[in-house]
Structures are given as C-alpha cells and as structure tokens.
Design a protein around this ligand. Structure first.
Ligand SMILES: *Cc1c(COP(=O)(O)O)cnc(C)c1O
Length: 414
C-alpha cells in the first residue's frame, strides 16, 4: 500500500530511467528508432529478451510513461496506448475475435464502432449478435461456445442506455466470456471498471483525458481478470503466456501489424491531461447535472436525457455504477429536425462541433452528422432521433451555457 492518496501517487509516478537534465515533465522522445551499442544488445531487444526500445511503432519511452501512469492509477495488468479510440476498439477486438466466433453486443453503439463490428469484422467472418444488453435473459440466449466477447458501452452515446454491469459480468463468468467495455463516457475518477467485472476496458482518450481536445488517442486496459484458456482465439497463447495472453498478442502482433501505436507528442499532452482529469471532470459533470435540471424547466425543450436526473429510467442503476455525476454529456429533444438546425445555427457561446469533454462546450445533431450515412430505418433501429441535440458540457459557467441555450431556442422558434 502506498502512503499517499491515489491523486498524489499518480502525479509522482517516477520515470523508468532518470532524465539526464532532471526534467520535471516527461521528455518527448520524438524519434522513430533507438540506437544500440552492440549487435548482441540489438538482438536481445528485437527478440524480446530485454525491454530496450527499438522502434516507436512498437514502444516509445514517452508513450510508455503514460501507460505506466494509467496502469498505476487503475491497478491493471497492462495498459496499451494507441492512436485513437477506434484503434483501441479495433485492436482489442482483433486480438480476441476470429472468423467463426461471435461477439454479443447491442445495436446502440457509437457510429464507427457499429460500422467496425458489422462492416469490418463482419466481412472477415465474425458474427455480430445484436441484442438488448439491458435484458440479461436476452444476453444469456445470445451467447454460446463460440462467443469471444460481450461488448458494450457503459452509457450508450447518444441514446444514454445503461446496462447492469454486475448482471453482465455474472453471465460472462458463468460462460467464460470476457466482458469488454468502452468506458469513454465516464472517466476513471467516477467509474472503476475493475470493480464491476470488466475484463478489458477501452476508452477514447481523445475525450476527457486529452485535457481540452488537443489530440487523438485510445487506451486498452487489461485487468488480468480473464482466463484466456477459455478464449476461442487465445487459448494457445494462454498455454504459453497465461494471464498475459491478451496483452502479448495485442502488443506482439496486432498493434504493431496495424501500425496504430500512440505518438510521443500525443502521450506527452495526454499525460498532462491526466494530471487535471479529476478537477476538470468534477467541474464539467456538476455543471452538466445542474444544466440538465434547468433544461427540464426550459420552455421549448421537449425532454432531457441525462442518467443523473432522478426521473431518468436508468437513474438508480447509473447512481450505483457511476455515482451522482454520470459524465458531462446530455441530450435533449426539440420538436423537429428544422428546430434543431435553427437552434444550432443561433448558438453563440456553445460551439457547433463533434467531440466530447473538451474544455469548451460542444453541440451537435447526431442524426445528420455522426449517423448521417446510416439509412433512416437503421437510425430508427439504433434509436437515433431527428429531434435530438447532443451537448458536451465544458468548463464554462452554468449560467452562461443556459443563457446561450435560451437565446438560441427563442430565435429558433420564430
Ligand atoms: C469518440 C468515441 C469513440 C472513438 O474514439 P476516437 O478517439 O474518435 O477514435 C469510441 N467510443 C465512444 C463512446 C466515443 O465517444
């Protein structure tokens, strides 16, 4: 046990090797390759007998420092930092899935994840079984011997659906299937994935972690809780590497073959972002709850969707899993697509942009943008409505945000 509290400990995770100039910030090792003194040392590094860095597509000291900080913070077996949230999702699922296996998930998913599963993995012979993850009985019926993962988003974006993680984890344990979750919507200071039985956690560090939308990144966290000898794809790796089967296959094969490692510059920025994550999250999420409450009383708004509101159908479950502040994203409905467009066009402070959890508040009409390429019946099936606006709440004052929304609503209704 550390003698410091976890916030203090994260700030002071030491570098692997002391910096020659005593730099307080992790130096950015912006290099493609690393030099060796001898051919023997070079052989040892390339063959995995030493941990020396060889080439920055495989490992890099700056990126490794970010990984080590997150690993310490999450008490994880391993952390791998990739070039985007999608690189993390695809990297994790390429590690687990192969032709003939299936993934049990929901059709309520982030647009690119939906497409990755159905179009990319689907065309490689992986069956994608969409069911209602909020109904454990349906999940139980969907899984079988060839199920290689149960995959979910902890709060779906933008539908805001919440599955019972304890129930899903119990099914995963019973049938020996890993629970793989995209936790982008609620950061680790409010949600501890390991406590809820998530075996592999994936997040887009572009969002909360980057600290102001500076850079794209994705993180895969392996908690070492799944026994990979039960995995249709990893059982042989488990014979050889035991608990490290997933991590080693991801690192020794998948991410280096896909060329999707994080860049050192990004790792530097996201390490800084990590240092202020909790502070930013507390401010953004408490403003989000306050704003959601006010928007429920604001004329012109038909309904507000935020799982931290006591009348939300997922309130109790959300409170149990994520606490009082389940993230800093909310959605609300106006009466038509036309009003949504007019509203967006009138905003003065809130920016019209995609992305989540930047320091600035951002608004978007998901149906015409993120889900714009899906057919109307697909959108209906995914519960993406023409009347919905998604708002990512930043660091502005709640009054300023509410006033901007009120003025944009009044003009959009003329
Ligand atoms: C943004 C997002 C992603 C994709 O992350 P990128 O960093 O943009 O690749 C995946 N899942 C969720 C829930 C997201 O919000």
């Amino acid at each position: 046990m550390s003698k410091y509290n976890s916030d203090s400990e994260i700030l002071h995770v030491p570098f692997e090797k002391p910096d020659a100039y005593h730099s307080l910030a992790m130096p950015v090792y912006h290099t493609a390759a690393f030099e060796f003194n001898t051919a023997e040392e070079m052989e040892a590094a390339f063959c995995g007998r030493s941990t020396d860095h060889t080439y920055s597509r495989i490992t890099n000291p700056t990126v490794q420092y970010l990984e080590k900080r997150i690993q310490t913070m999450q008490d994880a077996l391993s952390v791998t930092a990739l070039s985007s949230g999608m690189a993390a999702i695809s990297g994790a699922l390429f590690t687990i899935a192969k032709a003939g296996t299936n993934i049990v998930t929901s059709c309520h998913l982030f647009g690119n994840t939906y497409s990755f599963l159905n179009d990319t993995l689907g065309s490689l012979g992986v069956e994608i079984r969409m069911c209602d993850l909020t109904n454990p009985e349906e999940v139980r019926k969907a899984v079988d011997q060839q199920t290689c993962a149960i995959f979910l988003e902890i709060i779906t974006n933008p539908q805001m659906e919440v599955a019972d993680l304890t129930a899903l984890s119990a099914i995963g344990k019973e049938y020996h299937i890993p629970l793989v979750a995209d936790t982008t919507i609620v950061p680790s200071c409010a949600f501890q994935a390991k406590e809820f039985g998530i075996d592999i956690e994936i997040l887009s560090s572009t969002k909360y972690l980057s600290g102001g939308g500076t850079s794209l990144g994705g993180i895969i966290i392996d908690y070492g809780t799944f026994d990979w000898k039960h995995s249709p794809k990893l059982s042989q790796w488990a014979d050889r590497y035991d608990k490290l089967a997933f991590t080693n296959r991801l690192r020794m094969e998948i991410h280096r073959n896909l060329g999707s490692y994080m860049t050192p510059q990004t790792a530097y920025m996201q390490t800084l972002g990590l240092e202020t994550l909790q502070l930013r999250f507390e401010k953004q999420a408490s403003t989000c709850l306050e704003l959601a409450t006010r928007l429920q009383q604001t004329p012109g708004i038909q309904s507000v969707n935020y799982t931290g509101l006591p009348d939300n159908p997922y309130y109790e479950l959300s409170l149990r899993q994520f606490g009082k502040f389940p993230g800093a994203m909310l959605t609300f409905d106006l009466d038509s697509r036309e009003h949504c467009f007019a509203f967006l066009n009138r905003l003065q402070l809130i920016k019209r942009a995609t992305n989540l959890f930047e320091n600035k508040s951002l608004a978007i009409h998901p149906a015409s943008t993120i889900f714009g390429k899906f057919a109307p019946e697909q959108r209906l099936n995914m519960n993406i409505k023409d009347s919905t606006i998604r708002l990512s709440v930043g660091l502005e004052s709640c009054d300023d945000l509410h006033n901007d929304i009120i003025q944009a609503l009044s003009d959009s209704r003329k």
